[in-house]
Design a protein around this ligand. Structure first.
Ligand SMILES: [Zn+2]
Length: 151
């Protein structure tokens, strides 16, 4: 669960917990659509967890072509973040590599280590597992047939 500050097109601001950064923003109570506010504008007076790994620049342009001050600043931010995550592992989030995040997995990315069949079923049918009565469900491997067994 990640907390986001949201603002709707009518100007209402509220906080909502979303399952992942790929989740759709919830609509405002007034029915208008919302956008996420950057973490930097969170209310003053709240303890700030600092910048998250998702905010860390991933491009050469993002670090101002390697400007020493920018690089040093981000290094300081991330060192602080790392220490914070050591003390509060729940802030680190799921850091397993994402294998698929498009199509059926748009709302909930498939990560390394996830069991593939239940995850695909969940993404495709919205259920945890194919129901036992489903004739298309794979059956347990049957015992070897007697035919050809005696050789
Ligand atoms: Zn609103």
């Amino acid at each position: 669960m990640i907390l986001y500050d949201l603002r709707c097109t009518q100007g209402h601001r509220f906080e909502a917990g979303l399952p992942s950064m790929f989740s759709d923003n919830p609509d405002c109570a007034c029915g208008a659509s919302t956008t996420r506010l950057p973490a930097a504008v969170r209310r003053l007076g709240e303890a700030s967890p600092g910048r998250s790994r998702e905010e860390m620049p991933t491009t050469w342009r993002g670090i101002a072509q390697g400007h020493p001050d920018v690089v040093r600043g981000w290094h300081r931010e991330m060192t602080r973040r790392e220490k914070l995550e050591e003390r509060h592992p729940e802030l680190a989030g799921d850091r397993r590599p994402v294998l698929a995040h498009e199509g059926a997995f748009a709302g909930r990315p498939l990560r390394s280590g996830d069991a593939l069949v239940p995850e695909v079923a969940k993404a495709a049918f919205g259920t945890k597992e194919p129901s036992p009565s489903d004739p298309s469900a794979p059956s347990a491997p049957s015992a070897p047939s007697a035919r050809g067994g005696a050789r």
